[in-house]
Design a protein around this ligand. Structure first.
Ligand SMILES: NC(=O)c1ccc[n+]([C@@H]2O[C@H](COP(=O)([O-])OP(=O)(O)OC[C@H]3O[C@@H](n4cnc5c(N)ncnc54)[C@H](O)[C@@H]3O)[C@@H](O)[C@H]2O)c1
Length: 296
């Protein structure tokens, strides 16, 4: 089995910063690429905060946290990914952007490097086919927050070699995650089941079945979920969720995957959830409060 030492992460947003941190915590040297310095600094800042919190809570020694941080290098230059044995992409959920990005990475990466996508919904093969090495390409689908959530869906597309798939499985184990193998079918296992549920939570709100808080409280107390569907939608990012449901709807043509009107309106208003400070909840105060624009 090929040995992975250097890991590249493309995108340092919600998922990319977490994947970079998890890989560095497992001892890998990590290079993370963003499109501009401000976004890169924001993502690296989140890693700094997470590590500082772990030290404060006595979950990590300062020296270990410093070691993790020292293994993560941010860059704006694709060329810095050239020493990487494995490159994982976590950029915006847009197939054309991802394909264009892979063409750049493919041009500078080592011939024997492996590529993985963290896409939530897009077919893995559509990205693999944009590279000169579709046999070395697989899906590694992390969950949010990547530092905490145990699952990684390891996705074999039609071109993925047994060796590349084995590298993905082994990498998942070395970073302490639970790998579950899935086929290259839109949404894989978790989002195929979860996304219609989140959209149903929005529809229930739209139809007046309950308030935002009541729907969330009901699913927490009644189904034992750690978060209600509207809180979770804000947490995923409503823009990302919108892109995911479009891909699933396009693939399956089923109403349960269609964007509810309320989601369309919220996206038009620029309400993306936690990441923009407002979604189903307004996050500007001490504690999240129902978005006043939705309740009036
Ligand atoms: N949000 C979730 O809960 C979640 C969970 C699992 C997987 N995903 C998937 O992970 C990917 C990223 O989602 P996210 O929630 O982190 O989105 P995000 O919007 O928080 O981050 C995406 C980042 O990619 C950057 N980017 C765009 N093009 C780039 C390029 N060419 N090179 C480097 N950086 C680039 C953007 O500047 C942005 O910071 C998507 O494919 C999404 O479907 C998301």
């Amino acid at each position: 089995m090929a040995e992975i030492q250097n890991v590249g992460v493309v995108g340092c947003g919600l998922m990319g910063h977490g994947i970079a941190q998890v890989a560095a915590q497992a001892g890998y040297e990590v290079v993370v690429r963003e499109v501009d310095q401000a976004t890169l600094d924001k993502g690296l800042g989140k890693i700094d905060k997470q590590l500082a919190r772990a030290v404060e809570r006595g979950k990590a020694e300062q020296a270990d946290a410093d070691g993790v941080r020292a293994r993560i290098r941010g860059t704006l230059d694709y060329a810095d990914l050239s020493p990487c044995d494995l490159v994982i992409e976590a950029i915006t959920e847009d197939l054309e952007l991802k394909r264009a990005m892979w063409r750049e990475v493919d041009g500078i990466a080592k011939d024997d490097a492996y590529f993985a996508t963290n896409t939530s919904s897009l077919p893995v093969i559509a990205q693999a086919a944009a590279t000169s090495r579709p046999e070395r390409f697989l899906g590694l689908h992390f969950f949010n927050p990547a530092q905490v959530m145990k699952l990684v869906e390891v996705i074999r597309c039609v071109t993925t070699s047994d060796e590349a798939f084995g590298v993905g499985v082994e990498f998942t184990q070395t970073i302490g995650k639970i790998g579950v193998q899935t086929r290259d079918s839109a949404g894989f296992i978790v989002n195929r089941l979860l996304v219609p549920y989140l959209l149903d939570g929005m529809r229930a709100y739209e139809e007046g079945v309950g308030t935002i808080t009541e729907i969330d409280e009901a699913m927490k107390a009644g189904a034992g979920h750690p978060m209600g569907p509207l809180t979770l939608s804000d947490f995923v990012g409503l823009d990302t969720l919108g892109s995911i449901c479009d891909v699933l709807f396009d693939e399956f043509r089923e109403k349960r995957f269609a964007r509810p009107p309320i989601l369309r309106k919220m996206l038009a208003a620029g309400w993306y959830g936690r990441k923009s400070g407002i979604g189903f909840y307004d996050y500007s105060g001490e504690a999240p409060a129902e978005n006043p624009g939705l309740v009036r």
